[in-house]
Design a protein around this ligand. Structure first.
Ligand code: AMP
Ligand code: MG
Length: 591
């Protein structure tokens, strides 16, 4: 089994269940079965009762009650160590308790209780108890034991609660030497590395070539479809960077001061018509054309004006040519200033306008159809039925798509019925360049999304080595690109941000940009197990020393949208990372 997280040399296996599910009954069957297969077993049980294993009247009992903190009683058949915790009155944890066992004599330790300890567990479930699963989504749960009649379709191994020898078989396979750690990722199909999934998507999608001409005021957020070549110099003429006096560099004083005659003024939009000669200057404003003859501007703060005369001192170290912006300094005539694929933001649209263009050639908008799948979904605004949840993915996907400036087709919620799903996929693919759905793509789904997709298109169902967002479907459906996002709200958002957004940008012909990541110190501990690239939700803030640090945004469950809302970045933890201690450096991807 796993090299153990709690440092135990012997593999640990916990059993989790609501009381009444039959944990002890199962253990009573399992232990003799495991023993009969040569597996040496210890059991650790947590109880909330103030138990005692000795009894009044025995000498050992009296010795302990007289105040011995520990008592070891031994005979030829067995020995027992009793330790009083009365001083501390704290729940002992497994890290303290495990060294009490003789690990040289053990192959496996079965654990009941200690539900907050990070150990692999089998969860036992019975619906008549009337309680939900104790640990949905917990990667420490390696299998679920259910009776044959239960309708739950776990994505991890399902064991038969009434078949203890099958459960013993499962445990035995997990104990094989050099076995991979038992986790939810015990591969049925190996996990696909994150980068490979991203690359495969990029390689398949070819950017659109279609363009259209639109007015620049409508072009914000669009992608440039042509090369922009400057038809003019920008600025069009040499002009002043300051309010001051335009003059000839030769007339600067080399010692003491120089006094020049002021022969006129040049305002932005109203240039001085004459020529500046020796001993002359022109009053000039920022952006105004430099008069002919002049090549230097002295800022007005360094000039002393008296009537029609102005005086400059050599102490100010003026230089010939200062404070003059040269024609074509920003963009020169004939220069290629923007390339196709350039996203058009405020600066680019300003640049294009400064060249005199009122319209621009942009890439055609891509059309994206999206819908949610699931029988449990209810649209916002409608009354919630029993066992239903509101559809949130359609709103997060809609919002994320809106930011990309694509054309949107909202196809609503599609129920888990074969014909409906098939119809929805065909309709979506006919109308759109890209179809995005959420739900129904994980392994072991009870609905028809996967089955239908398998029939209709060339779709890959990936299990990606990332968290959240392990399942993702990607492929082609009737000529449209298809992305099947996982159903859990945070998984849907993360896979959208990490795969769909770059893919849509690529399809839209935008330049590929690598994600912007910065190293920051993490101010708290973050739990993680090696094996998957994790995008933990984080909050950037300043600590007391004024340094920018990041901390986890709280509950990291893939269904907890609130921590996504609190977060302003992902803390990106590489596959091999096994957890972060306070003060460690981490990589942060701001939203
Ligand atoms: P699925 O991938 O369909 O098994 O869904 C995984 C989890 O995500 C389940 O708990 C679903 O109820 C939930 N879920 C699926 N679709 C949505 C949705 N559109 N909005 C909110 N939660 C969803
Ligand atoms: Mg579903």
């Amino acid at each position: 089994m796993s090299p153990n997280p709690l440092g135990s040399p012997t593999p640990l296996l916990g059993f989790a269940a609501w009381s009444g599910t039959g944990k002890t009954t199962l253990l009573l069957q399992l232990i003799p079965l495991l023993k009969s297969r040569g597996i040496r077993v210890a059991a650790i049980k947590h109880t909330h009762h103030n138990f005692d294993i000795d009894q009044p009247g025995k000498d050992s009992y009296a010795l302990r009650k007289s105040g011995a903190d520990q008592l070891l009683v031994a005979s030829a058949q067995r020995w027992a160590l009793m330790t009083e915790t009365r001083e501390r009155q704290q729940e002992p944890n497994l890290i303290q308790l495990l060294p009490q066992l003789d690990h040289t004599q053990l192959d496996l330790i079965l654990i009941e209780g200690f539900k907050h300890e990070a150990i692999p567990r089998i969860e036992l479930y019975r619906s008549p108890i009337g309680k939900p699963l104790l640990y949905p989504d917990d990667p420490q749960i390696i299998a679920i034991a259910l009776t044959a009649t239960e309708s739950i379709q776990p994505t991890i191994p399902r064991l038969d609660l009434d078949n203890s020898s099958q459960i013993a078989d499962f445990i035995q396979t997990q104990l094989k030497p050099q076995q991979e750690p038992i986790t939810m990722d015990t591969p049925k199909q190996p996990l696909l590395p994150f980068n490979q999934a991203q690359e495969q998507i990029f390689q398949q999608i070819t950017p659109t070539r279609e363009t259209e001409s639109i007015r620049i005021k409508e072009a914000l957020g669009r992608t440039l479809g042509e090369e922009i070549i400057s038809p003019i110099d920008v600025p069009a003429y040499d002009n002043s960077a300051m309010d001051g006096y335009a003059m000839r560099g030769e007339d600067l004083p080399t010692g003491g001061s120089a006094t020049l005659e002021v022969i006129g003024s040049s305002f932005a939009g109203t240039p001085f018509e004459g020529r500046v000669g020796a001993g002359q200057s022109v009053r000039i404003m920022t952006g105004a054309k430099i008069p002919s003859g002049a090549d230097t501007v002295i800022m007005q703060e360094k000039a002393r004006r008296e009537g029609e005369q102005v005086t400059f001192s050599s102490e100010d170290n003026h230089k010939a040519g200062e404070n003059v912006r040269m024609a074509g300094e920003d963009m020169g005539e004939g220069e290629a200033v923007l390339q196709p694929g350039q996203p058009l933001g405020a600066a680019e649209l300003g640049m294009i306008a400064s060249l005199g263009y009122s319209s621009v050639q942009v890439k055609k908008r891509i059309r994206v159809a999206f819908f949610s799948t699931g029988d449990e979904l209810c649209s916002a605004g409608e009354p919630l039925g029993d066992g239903q949840i509101y559809d949130s993915n359609r709103y997060t996907v809609f919002s994320l798509l809106s930011e990309l400036g694509v054309e949107l087709i909202d196809l609503g919620i599609i129920r888990d019925q074969r014909e409906l799903i098939e119809q929805a996929f065909h309709d979506a693919a006919a109308e759109a360049d890209v179809v995005i759905t959420s739900g129904g793509v994980s392994v072991g789904e009870a609905d028809f999304v996967k089955e239908t997709l398998d029939k209709l298109g060339e779709i890959n169902f990936w299990r990606i080595a990332m968290k959240p967002g392990k399942p993702l479907a990607f492929g082609k459906l009737d000529g449209a690109w298809f992305f099947g996002l996982p159903g859990n709200p945070v998984s849907a958002m993360v896979t959208f941000m990490q795969f769909v957004r770059p893919a849509l940008n690529h399809l839209a012909g935008k330049e590929r940009i690598s994600p912007f990541r910065i190293p920051l110190r993490c101010s708290n501990r973050l739990k993680k197990r090696p094996g998957r690239l994790e995008f933990q939700r984080g909050i950037m803030e300043q600590n007391e020393q004024g340094e920018t640090v990041v901390r986890g945004a709280g509950h990291q469950g893939s269904h907890i949208l609130r921590s996504m809302s609190l977060a302003d970045c992902f803390i990106v933890l590489p596959e091999e990372n096994g957890g972060v201690e306070a003060g460690d450096w981490v990589e942060v991807e701001p939203f």
